[in-house]
Write a protein that binds this ligand. Structure first.
Ligand code: GN1
Ligand code: MG
Length: 359
């Protein structure tokens, strides 16, 4: 955690008057940005944008500002609560910009949504609720002018490009780890032929390009602490033009797994059909009528592909020396990669059965 004095001086530059010297503590389990709860009146969330992941943090935050102000209008039109159903950025006092630049780092401050919690694990009911929120999110961004968004991480969900990054890491092998993970490398490379199915569909026009979230893991949804209702989809840093299949597949990659993303006992790691069914039902209720035939057809395959892609990314980062995803223990990225590959192995023979859920 950075120096408290530094964070306090950053906070003082946002256009908000805190009650007193605010207590600051780490918040959440995101793998990229530094996130802190500023626990005073008004309660807020401070984030330091990871510059290694996002080379232009100002563009990331500008995207988020545009997307949230658009969403707020749409939420109000739907009769919802714009302060609760999406993030509210607090500007810098003098410039009015949605961030503070301090010591070369970009910080943003958002209002804490009261009574809302994020979850690492959820049963079918919560997944059904999350899927409804996700479907509404897509609808609300339907008319958003996609060309005004900066593509903050180009080819973010281009699985073929992710595989090329893996090959590049293996070739340079900067910390000498590649030889010990030959089995995992082979697992990924042997699936190369299937990696282009979504991006090829986007290129041919069979899959529509939409404004999508691109990071729909369960802990990016907020739930009401008392009613369990799903309130909002947050972590909007990767909102970019993409495919709905990226979001559906990624949501289930994480949300329908029987275990945590870094569980090392792989016998405990498999997909729950009940959870896939619940999320799919909520999603189709909200968004089923908008789906193109090719999108609907590829729903089950997208769970497999996005899980494979995430495993490839974890493995690449392990070989590259753990420079991208935060780790808290040795070999955690390798454990994460093995975990994702276990899920892929589990789902591959089950795809024909799962297809019935999306018909
Ligand atoms: C990162 O920051 P967080 O935890 O919401 C990552 C996602 C991965 C996820 C894996 C910008 O998301 O793409 O799927 O970790 N975000 C970025 O848990 O790379
Ligand atoms: Mg997150």
């Amino acid at each position: 955690m950075p120096d408290a004095a530094d964070l306090l001086s950053v906070l003082s530059r946002f256009a908000v008057d805190f009650d007193d010297r605010p207590p600051i503590e780490p918040l959440g389990r995101g793998l990229v940005n530094g996130t802190y709860l500023v626990g005073t009146e008004p309660p807020t969330v401070l984030q330091r944008i990871n510059r290694a992941v996002f080379p232009h943090p100002d563009r990331v935050i500008r995207n988020v500002a545009c997307v949230t102000s658009y969403l707020k209008e749409r939420i109000a039109l739907d009769g919802g609560d714009p302060e609760r159903e999406t993030l509210t950025l607090i500007p810098e006092r003098t410039t009015g910009l949605p961030y503070v630049l301090h010591g070369g780092e970009y910080y943003r401050l958002t209002r804490l949504i009261p009574g809302a919690v994020s979850r690492e694990d959820a049963g079918p009911d919560a997944l059904y609720a999350a899927a409804k929120t996700f479907g509404r999110f897509l609808h609300r961004l339907d008319g958003f002018p996609a060309d005004t968004l900066d593509e903050v991480i180009p080819r973010f969900h281009d699985t073929r490009a992710r595989l090329s990054q893996l090959k590049a890491a293996i070739a340079s092998d900067p910390v000498g780890r590649a030889a010990a993970v030959e089995k995992e490398i082979e697992f990924a490379l042997s699936r190369e032929d299937d990696c282009g199915v979504i991006v090829d569909g986007l290129a041919s026009g069979e899959i529509p390009l939409r404004v999508t979230h691109n990071d729909t893991k369960l802990n990016n949804f907020l739930f009401d602490q008392t009613t369990g209702e799903c309130i909002a989809l947050i972590d909007l840093d990767t909102v970019m033009p993409g495919s709905v299949l990226f979001d559906y597949g990624d949501a289930l990659r994480f949300g329908a797994s029987s275990a945590a993303e870094d569980e090392t006992d792989l016998d405990k790691v498999f997909f729950s059909e009940e959870r896939i069914a619940a999320f799919t039902r909520g999603f189709l209720e909200e968004f089923g009528n908008d789906l193109a035939p090719r999108e609907r057809e590829l729903l089950p395959a997208s769970i497999r592909l996005l899980t494979l892609e995430c495993g490839i990314r974890f493995l690449t980062d392990y070989i590259a020396g753990d420079t991208y995803f935060k780790t808290t223990r040795h070999d955690q990225n390798l454990d994460r990669a093995r975990n994702q590959f276990a899920l892929v192995r589990d789902i591959e023979p089950r795809l024909p059965t799962l297809a019935r859920l999306t018909e």
